[in-house]
Design a protein around this ligand. Structure first.
Ligand code: HPA
Length: 251
């Protein structure tokens, strides 16, 4: 397996199945003891740096949030040499600063998911890790992302609480009202257990959330269509190449 250091691993969410500008080498799909990854890890060069990209839902969006093999995805990125992970997560906006097409770098998570394998500490005889998770996203990497956004002239909201829901259905208005009362600003289906598993592996991990729609009952939300989600992700993603270039320039 190729274990040359990777400067940055990027995990793409809904609507992000390839990384623009990545001059890809052959795809890697290493076997892991946790099973199969969502799809190939594409390792290539971006802005002169070695970058890996993995589509979280598979390149054909075939893996639903609750069936993503988060452990395999992260274990493979780690084994391939990644130490910093930028998670791109498509989300709904709850707080008024988080309307469609906004980019945000959240700093907190509330986990509402259930039934997902959420730890590597399950093997008989292995030491159980109670990792610190008070700051679920690596503060230093968040600071780098925000500085890169400022340098690249990319508008990004600093902070926010990501509420991770089970999916794949969207939420009811009552569920979103509850998330709002809990303090969530954003809602998505894939933020957990990915962030916690990354922490267990000792990876630096932070999220750039791409707001695709107002969550149910928020803003002017009526019916949320998948086309609306894809259109808004595509529009907001035009800022990503500049952001990544600025981030990699700081690596
Ligand atoms: N809820 C949960 N996940 C999402 C949403 C939403 O409204 N939009 C995009 N991902």
């Amino acid at each position: 397996m190729d274990t040359e250091r990777i400067d940055l691993a990027v995990i793409g969410g809904t609507g992000l199945y390839r990384l623009a500008g990545l001059e890809a080498e052959a795809p890697h799909q290493p076997p892991t003891k946790y099973g199969a990854l969502s799809g190939p890890v594409r390792i290539g060069t971006l802005a002169g740096r070695r970058v890996a990209f993995l589509a979280r839902h598979g390149e054909g969006h075939s893996v639903p949030p609750h069936l993503i093999n988060y452990r395999a995805n992260l274990a493979a990125l780690h084994a391939l040499g990644a130490r910093r992970v930028l998670a791109l997560n498509t989300v709904g906006g709850i707080g008024e600063r988080y309307g469609p097409r906004v980019l945000a770098c959240p700093d907190q998570i509330i986990d509402y998911t259930w039934g997902r394998v959420s730890t590597f500490c399950e093997e008989a005889g292995s030491e159980v890790l109670h990792v610190d998770f008070g700051d679920p996203y690596t503060p230093a990497l968040r600071a780098e992302i925000l500085a890169a956004a400022a340098a690249a002239g990319v508008a990004m909201v600093d902070g926010g609480c990501y509420g991770a829901t089970q999916g794949p259905r969207l939420e009811t208005r009552a569920e979103i009202a509850r998330l709002r009362r809990d303090g969530c600003d954003l809602v998505g289906m894939t933020g957990m257990p990915e962030a916690a598993l990354a922490r267990e592996l000792g990876l630096d991990y932070a999220c750039v959330a791409i707001v695709a729609n107002w969550a149910a009952g928020c803003g002017d939300a009526e019916e949320i269509t998948f086309q609306q989600v894809l259109d808004n992700v595509a529009a907001a993603s035009t800022a990503l190449p500049g952001l990544l270039e600025a981030l990699l320039a700081r690596a």
